[in-house]
Design a protein around this ligand. Structure first.
Ligand code: ARG
Length: 571
């Protein structure tokens, strides 16, 4: 099925084609009415096209309104407002019918060009370090973007562009051989690797010759030395094992894990192309790309004096690989705000190379704790695992208090869903470009714009359905929505907007547009439920309201799922 606006558009376009058959008109836009006085939807079509059609926009609006009339099953009435707006009031039955179909049929976004692959590059931690709070946003927002794009009908490829190639490996190899505590390594390999890495930094301060040794080991690794290569692979394996544990907990999956090393052999050819096209030039022994003054970008080094390639070179090679191996619709990258210049530089270079590919860098602000308590406890960083554990622990405390009679297993399960969900939602519900101040009490609140509030609203509807079922009242394919009340109509109309909100969130890469919608939806449902009781009604009303409740729950579930957040039936 289509977005409701598309069906309204069809009605309008039939009338418009009849009235103005041979005019080349600007496309019609149906927008959500800003105030219920102005109907459910509005269009400014008459104003947009008055020059082309010729005539006063109000008069054009009148012509359209008369042509459409009321002989269709969608429109209850049309009104002309201001300089030529058309206010659109839909029929109650139509709204009811639309909502009852909403979760049984798949949405199609015929207006989008979904051809090809959307490659989404996110999470992308650097190997041999545990993930910390800094990796959270890329991982979570990237996953939400993937889910939104899948819903919109795109084919996505989720790529974890892990940092598995760099100077840290020489140091790690030395550290591993010199200072590894075997027992500790067996227990928690990545923690021990972090420790020997720190040890290296300390020791090399007093003994700079260690840095030379590390460089030698790195060179050996890059030249294919067997032992070093095996160690390097082991480092990657233990790191990915650790990351996958966290990804599993967060419901995050990837299609590919082509890390930086994957592109290593492709970099010389990229450099050649840059040199051949006169884009990279020699500068103090290095190869550098200089930009036009108007681009306002710093020169970009693509090969160092010692022959080593850089982060930008690997990203250019990555674009080339993707261009040659996929039918690219667009490339989407997610990192924090500090990498903006890097992306501007290498995007520009690929343009200068004449590679015509749409690329978007979605950057976000950094997450901080207001009180700093959590961050100081264990040194300088907050590991992702600690964050998830703390979320779960705190959720468990709330559940113990609210619902002590649940079994331990169920409490534990709910706590994980609520804790992880709350953390994700706290991130996704913010404007992604602002810095986030993370406060547990806000994040885990059962009120306000939080995941637990939405999850709770969902669970509440499940319990209403269960009670209805115990009374023998179950909705079937024949159940109809009959709108009796203004508040009821308000909720039903709002439900029809879900696919439009998903589109908006996807097009702007702003999951917070969807969280705002879901929050409003839950609030509207609670208002509805207070004003329009369900279970004590006559069958027709009872089942109709039960159907509205069911669709609300299903939209909440689908919406949260698009954000990578789970629901539970009881909490
Ligand atoms: N590994 C990088 C980091 O931790 C992020 C990589 C982002 N993706 C990319 N294609 N550059 O900062």
């Amino acid at each position: 099925m289509l977005r409701i606006e598309k069906y309204i558009e069809e009605v309008f376009m039939t009338a418009i084609h009849k009235l103005y058959p041979d005019k080349e008109l600007k496309p019609i836009e149906i927008s959500i009415a800003t105030n219920e006085k102005f109907g459910d939807f509005q269009t400014n079509f008459a104003m947009m096209n008055s020059k082309i059609i010729g005539g006063n926009p109000r008069k054009i609006a009148e012509e359209i309104v008369n042509e459409i009339g009321t002989c269709n099953h969608l429109i209850e009435k049309l009104e002309i407002a201001g300089p030529g707006f058309i206010n659109i009031f839909l029929k109650d039955e139509y709204l009811g019918e639309y909502v009852s179909k909403m979760t049984t049929e798949k949405f199609e976004y015929t207006e989008l060009n979904t051809k090809g692959d959307v490659i989404i590059d996110y999470s992308s931690p650097n190997i041999a370090k545990r993930m910390h709070i800094g990796h959270l946003r890329s991982t979570i927002i990237g996953d939400a973007v993937k889910r939104l794009y899948n819903f919109l009908g795109y084919h996505t490829v989720a790529d974890n562009h892990i940092g598995d190639w760099g100077t840290q490996f020489g140091k790690l190899i030395i550290g591993y051989r010199k200072w590894l505590d075997k027992e500790a390594y067996e227990k928690n390999p990545i923690e021990e690797l972090e420790r020997v890495y720190v040890e290296f930094s300390k020791e090399s301060e007093n003994d700079p010759s260690l840095d030379d040794l590390a460089r030698e080991e790195l060179k050996k690794l890059q030249d294919g030395d067997k032992e070093n290569y095996a160690l390097w692979q082991e480092f990657i394996k233990v790191s990915l094992d650790e990351y996958n544990k966290l990804y599993n907990r967060m419901g995050i999956t990837f299609d590919t894990y082509y890390g930086e090393s994957f592109y290593h052999n492709m970099m010389p050819a990229v450099l050649d192309e840059l040199v051949e096209k006169g884009l990279a030039v020699e500068d103090q022994g290095a190869k550098v790309v200089f930009f036009d003054e108007k681009d306002n970008l710093h020169p970009c080094i693509v090969q160092k004096k010692d022959g080593a390639f850089l982060y930008s070179t690997s990203d250019i090679a990555t674009v080339k690989f993707r261009k040659e191996n996929y039918d690219i619709n667009r490339l989407i990258y997610l990192t924090d705000e500090r990498q903006q210049d890097h992306f501007k530089q290498f995007f520009k270079i690929t343009e200068m190379l004449g590679w015509d590919i749409e690329k978007i860098h979605i950057w976000f602000g950094i997450m901080r704790f207001a009180d700093g308590v959590f961050s100081t406890r264990k040194g300088n960083v907050i590991r992702l695992e600690q964050l998830l554990d703390e979320g779960k622990k705190r959720a468990l405390e709330v559940i113990e208090e609210k619902n002590p009679s649940l079994s331990d297993e169920e409490k534990n399960n709910i706590a994980e869903v609520v804790g992880v969900g709350a953390i994700k939602y706290a991130d996704l519900s913010q404007n992604r470009q602002s810095p986030i101040i993370f406060e547990w009490d806000k994040v885990l609140s059962f009120e306000g714009n939080t995941a637990p509030y939405l999850q709770y609203s969902y669970a509440r509807i499940q319990s209403i359905k269960k009670k209805a079922e115990e009374m023998g009242k179950v909705i079937t394919a024949d159940t109809k929505i009959v709108i009796k009340d203004k508040i009821e109509r308000n909720l039903v109309t709002f439900l029809t907007l879900f696919p439009t909100m998903v589109l908006k969130a996807g097009e702007t890469y702003k999951p917070n547009l969807l969280t705002d919608y879901l929050f409003d939806l839950a609030k509207k449902f609670n208002t509805f439920y207070n004003a329009c009781p369900i279970l004590n009604q006559e069958d027709e009303v009872l089942l109709s309201r039960l159907l509205i409740a069911d669709r609300t729950a299903e939209i909440l579930r689908q919406g949260l799922d698009l954000l990578g957040i789970k629901t539970v039936d009881r909490m």
